[in-house]
Design a protein around this ligand. Structure first.
Ligand SMILES: Nc1nc2c(c(=O)[nH]1)N[C@H]1C(S)=C(S)[C@@H](COP(=O)(O)O)O[C@H]1N2
Ligand SMILES: [Mo]
Length: 244
């Protein structure tokens, strides 16, 4: 990993879900033949879907603001709100499985901060709403010897981790709303992790499990060189301003 913080850009910046996106856009094999040009188009279409302005027009401009779509899996997994489950297990007194409705009935927290991807893009002032990890940990009753959390995803591939101290911060949550709407499939809905003070790769999409462990198990991108402790502006050799 290069110290300028861009070394992982190609890997982390590759929308591996491209085939799916092509299919979604109805472009299929024809799309694949126009290569880079089409990729730009896809990025802009996706940006426009999630652009901050309601017209979506800014997202259509090259370099315009908005989220980039990321998935290391080659599908966009889907769980309906009714079928969704989140398990909490490991070193806890009371393992549990929650429905989306149960999560939504818990004390809710809404945070509005900047989203910062380690590859450089930022989306300012993005609201996330959900349940603090500290609440879920208190419900479960953390057992002695617990040091960390491992997060698993129903894409079957991605994983993430936090130390117990990081997870107990008041800006670490399980989010079911983003931009004050239900988290979409592409953004990791119905429920994703939202680790506000860290680079966005920590915010695992399609969250299905939280396991309390006695040591940190590095997550997906961390096996490829990204920092496990992913504080914005203080890790990965980058100098971004902290999220506000
Ligand atoms: N399950 C899963 N979660 C993930 C990723 C992924 O590939 N799979 N990518 C991460 C990265 S690198 C980023 S920048 C954000 C992108 O979130 P978005 O697709 O909502 O913009 O999701 C993070 N969470
Ligand atoms: Mo990212």
């Amino acid at each position: 990993m290069s110290s300028d913080g861009t070394g992982g850009a190609d890997r982390a910046g590759t929308p591996v879900g491209r085939r799916v996106i092509l299919a979604m856009l109805g472009l299929g094999a024809a799309g694949a033949t126009v290569g880079g040009y089409l990729q730009n188009g896809i990025d802009n279409v996706l940006a426009s879907v999630t652009a901050k302005d309601p017209t979506g027009l800014s997202g259509l401009l090259p370099g315009g603001g908005g989220f980039r779509f990321y998935s290391v899996a080659d599908t966009i997994p889907h769980r309906s709100p009714a079928d969704y489950r989140l398990t909490v297990d490991g070193l806890v007194e009371r393992p549990a499985t929650y429905t989306l409705a149960q999560l939504q009935a818990m004390p809710r927290t809404r945070l509005v901060k900047d989203v910062q991807c380690v590859t450089g893009w930022r989306v300012p002032h993005t609201p996330f709403t959900g349940v603090l990890l500290s609440h879920l940990l208190d419900e479960a009753g953390v057992r002695p010897g617990a040091k960390a959390l491992t997060f698993t995803c129903f894409d079957g591939v991605y994983s993430e981790s936090l130390t117990l101290d990081q997870a107990r911060r008041p800006d670490m949550m399980v989010a079911y709303a983003m931009d004050d709407r239900p988290v979409t499939d592409a953004h990791g809905g119905p429920v994703r992790l939202y680790a506000a003070p860290m680079y966005f790769y920590k915010s695992a999409k399609w969250l299905s499990g939280i396991t309390v462990t006695d040591h940190v198990q590095p997550g997906y991108w961390e096996h490829y060189g990204y920092d496990v402790d992913a504080w914005v502006g203080k890790s990965n050799g980058r100098t971004d301003a902290p999220t506000d």
